[in-house]
Design a protein around this ligand. Sequence first.
Ligand SMILES: *Cc1c(COP(=O)(O)O)cnc(C)c1O
Length: 444
Amino acid sequence: MSGISRKELLAKDPVLPRVAAGDEVVWINPRRRPAAEALASLPLGMEDILDAEARLARFAPFIRLRFPETEPTHGLIESPLTPIPDMKAALEARHGIAIPETLLLKQDSHLAIAGSVKARGGIYEVLKHTEELALRHGLITLTDDYAGLASPEARAFFSRFTVQVGSTGNLGLSIGIASAAVGYRVIVHMSADARRWKKDLLRQHGVTVMEYEADYGEAVRQGRARSDADPDSYFIDDENSKDLFLGYAVAALRLKNQLAERHIAVDEDHPLIVTVPCGVGGAPGGITFGLKQVFGDRVHCFFAEPTQAPCMLAGMATGLHSAVCVQDLGLSGVTEADGLAVGRPSGFVGGMMEPLLSGEVTVRDGQLYDWMRLLEGSEGIFLEPSACAAFRGVTALWQSEPGKAYLEQTGLNDRMSQATHIAWATGGALVPEAEREKYRVSYL
Ligand SMILES: *Cc1c(COP(=O)(O)O)cnc(C)c1O
């Protein structure tokens, strides 16, 4: 608990009473500052993102060997950036609005290996740990071909070590599959809301799955305690990991190239708006940090969260970050959007986002299923419901008073027909067909 009454909490920002009532809201961040000034105040910089990018490049020959599906990209794990004009038209018709900007889908839902945005941060952190171990024990030097780390000898070496993580599902999948590929013993601690098929898939990869009745926070606590008790075990901490964050941030460098390939300008007259679904904050936070480094004030980043689990919004609007949870506001924390079912935000990410984030939008669960069907019907692309939260940024800016005021104040209004909006699709490709069918007939 934060130690202050609910009444005091709700008084900290005008949006909070509506958040506490479970309403869909649009919140504009009053603490956002000019990008250059904001970035200069943060403890991480562009050099950290470049360091992460270089590490991923060193590991590309290893990834290519271990995951043949990355052959076309030579061992880089990257997703398509896809125009979705038919979805845009469908959203306009469904909501009775005009969306003047170009709508693109960043398909992290289709990232190799993990089928979600977690293939960025999760796999990066496993590889970083692997590099540290391998350098310390003399298996490689920084200039070696890392394909050597796929040898039976290297595998035998890594099998002496354990990697553990707490997860609502997708992070466990990404860390589990990547760690098993290196050769580690892997234990994934999963919360009650994690889907059965994710647990089954991990077990097929030889991963030990521990299940907890309680929520995500409890799975993390238990996992950390078990890992701390074993000197050869490494715990991946989703709430505070700088490495996960930087792994996500690399996305911005890749996106810059993809936009250039499509001849899409991002400048004073061609703003970029990005909406990313948010759970504990690492993925959307890392992506936002990277995008602000690359595009500065030309990019406007929004997070999207479920109405019952808007943990980052609670943390940012109160300014209390990880000292507040959604239950403190009287919300359940329960949502069908399992990738976003987090009650307490990362304090580290909240602090980094305070001067950078444009705002937050929240969305009710039933709407996610509607958009999932709308996207599949219009574009033939399947996303998991959590990922569809990104479309709330696209519709809400035009539908809400705070959204319209933001567009006005930032001068975006006059430029929206030249703007690009990226809905960051965070997961879906690994969802089995039987589960998809259940989602398709879910009406809430
Ligand atoms: C994990 C996840 C997110 C959000 O990432 P966080 O780092 O938890 O904020 C969004 N969508 C999906 C599908 C996810 O699995």
